[in-house]
Design a binder for this molecule. Structure first.
Ligand SMILES: [Fe+2]
Length: 579
């Protein structure tokens, strides 16, 4: 028989179990509730400002029933967004996101864009966006500010950046931009925004916390562990308030669509258009079909609304922003390994096993868009440089991804179409004659003749700069991690030995790097270094149109409490007869 004590113990035990179940259930319910709290996939960001308007763009994971921008005093004015669906965004087995995927899988993402009109470029207005779901629930963003394109004469601070690619120091870098110079007026982005452009999470919500939009919108949560100190960086609230202009880097280009087992493979499997056409010669070959068999920049072009040129669309274009005329080139090639191992599908050769199987060739480090003299892009650039807008601009800037001058790895081999050498049954090799480097042979002389003051680029993940004899500046900035170092001294590029075509050290195109004017980094022996190539110290640059100065800043992530240091400054040469 149960006595009273036993009954009491039973009662207490049962009650405790019941309470636990209730608690567990409520926790689960809370979790479900949290998961169902509707969210926007990104904050809004600004695109394509004109003299009296600007576009506001944002993303959701639902089509919704209405999407609007509210702006102005008390948010009384509104603009209705147009909604489109991204056509190629996917996740795969290499996505770093909550869901585990086994293969490339479509991810549904909707893009909303509203044009806010009748703006005055001297007035900045508050705005916020609202998306309404199909079930009627609405989500409203935080408040940000917008304005029209600045008029010439307006002092501007423009962030020069590139190669974010979810690298470890990107969030720290952008956080320090905002802490150092406050809100910038525009972002010039010299390519390589993410790693794999069709992988949605790299843009929006990679679990490591350093995706593209979170970093540039101050919503990152990237933990950097250095010297046993963990610091979480949030990036910078930048593009909600300032338009971004981008150039296409090799990481904006996807390869052959759905031809391989992962998005990484697909990214690396880009074919030259000519090879795709040859392969499809006897099949139907409409433009989209060829694109699927070669390469595309669809996701990049679907995400951004950039200025357009007649010949190049968003791929290459020019824009006036305040005192700056910016010409943006599509100058990038596929990256392939420098390895000469027989099993390497590389820059310099095909795999031994593929010698007689052209379908498996990589075609070396082929260029995605022609830029040589006489090509449509070259002709467009020549026309642009001769245009009244370009000639009259106080600051003439050209942005591209591939470096014309650099100590970095990726400047070698020369920027030219690979010359294929087939030794039947033996080898398929590629050479890149240095005297046929299109940027050096064809483009730089055009820029010199047009009095361009600044050529800005990325690709090798280091900071270094150069000046030509006429005073044209070349700048590669935005060291955010995964630096490939600077080729000089002990550090030599991985190039075929004993071939003058391929420089193992220094700038292959003959300029000496400029020593930073304020605080150069020191090398192992205490010598001053004419570059910053570090995985601990991050760098960014700001163009100040009030002074024509370009300032570069560094931040040591090994010392999270340290100050940002301006380590270099130079002035763009002034051009007589401009505004
Ligand atoms: Fe690149």
């Amino acid at each position: 028989m149960l006595n009273l004590n036993t009954l009491t113990r039973w009662f207490v035990a049962v009650s405790l179990v019941a309470i636990c179940i209730i608690l567990m259930k409520s926790t689960a319910a809370e979790q479900t509730f949290m998961a169902s709290v509707p969210q926007l996939l990104s904050d809004p960001f600004l695109q394509l400002p004109t003299a009296n308007s600007v576009r506001v763009v944002w993303f959701t994971e639902f089509a919704g029933s209405g999407h609007t921008v509210s702006y102005g005093r008390d948010f009384r004015q509104s603009a209705i967004a147009t909604t489109t669906k991204l056509s190629r965004t996917r996740e795969d087995q290499n996505s770093v996101i909550g869901t585990q995927y086994k293969k490339p899988t479509k991810r549904d993402i909707w893009r909303h864009e509203a044009e806010v009109t009748k703006l005055d470029s001297n007035i900045r207005l508050p705005y916020r966006v609202t998306s309404v779901r199909e079930d009627g629930k609405s989500i409203t963003s935080k408040e940000f500010t917008l304005t029209a394109k600045p008029e010439p004469g307006t002092p501007l601070k423009i962030l020069l950046t590139s190669d974010h690619q979810l690298k470890p120091m990107t969030a720290a870098n952008l956080q320090k931009v905002v802490e150092t110079v406050g809100k910038v007026d525009a972002v010039f982005f010299a390519g390589d925004l993410v790693n794999i452009p069709d992988r949605a999470s790299e843009w929006f919500d990679d679990n490591r916390g350093g995706a593209f939009f979170p970093c540039l919108q101050g919503r990152a949560k990237y933990e950097l562990a250095k010297n046993n100190i963990k610091t979480t960086y949030i990036g910078g609230e930048i593009i909600q308030h300032a338009p971004l202009y981008a150039a296409i880097g090799n990481h904006e280009v996807m390869g052959r669509y759905e031809k391989t087992g992962s998005l990484d493979d697909e990214f690396g499997d880009a074919y030259p258009r000519e090879a795709a056409i040859a392969q499809l010669l006897r099949q139907k070959s409409d433009r989209a079909f060829v694109k699927d068999y070669s390469f595309n920049t669809d996701t990049y072009e679907e995400i951004f609304t950039l200025p357009q040129s007649d010949k190049g669309g968003e791929k290459y274009y020019a824009v006036t922003f305040g005192d700056v005329r910016l010409a943006v080139l599509y100058a990038t090639n596929i990256w392939r390994t420098p390895s000469l191992d027989k099993s390497a599908k590389g820059k310099y050769q095909e795999r031994q096993q593929d010698v007689n199987n052209p379908d498996e060739w990589g075609y070396g480090q082929h260029i995605f868009e022609d830029i040589f003299r006489g090509s449509p892009q070259y002709n467009w650039l020549e026309e642009e440089l001769n245009s009244p807008q370009f000639q009259a601009a106080k600051y003439k800037v050209v942005m591209l991804h591939h470096p014309p001058h650099s100590l970095g790895d990726n400047i070698v081999p020369a920027y030219t179409n690979p010359v294929q050498i087939i030794d039947t049954n033996e080898s398929v090799r590629y050479e890149y004659p240095k005297d046929q480097d299109y940027l050096i042979r064809d483009i730089v002389p055009l820029l010199e003749a047009a009095n361009v003051q600044l050529v800005f680029y990325g690709h090798s993940h280091l900071w270094n700069r150069f000046v030509s004899s006429s005073g044209m500046h070349f700048l590669e900035t935005s060291n955010v991690g995964n630096s490939y170092g600077a080729a000089g001294g002990d550090k030599r590029r991985d190039v075929p030995v004993g071939d003058d075509n391929y420089a193992a050290t220094g700038d292959p195109n003959g300029l000496e790097p400029i020593l930073p004017t304020i605080t150069p980094l020191l090398g192992k022996n205490g010598q001053q270094l004419p570059y910053l190539a570090s995985n601990d110290i991050t760098a960014f640059s700001i163009l100040d149109t009030a002074t024509g100065g370009v300032s570069s800043y560094k931040f040591d992530t090994l010392k999270p409490d340290s100050e940002v240091v301006k380590f270099d400054e130079f002035k763009l040469k002034s051009i007589a007869g401009t505004n």
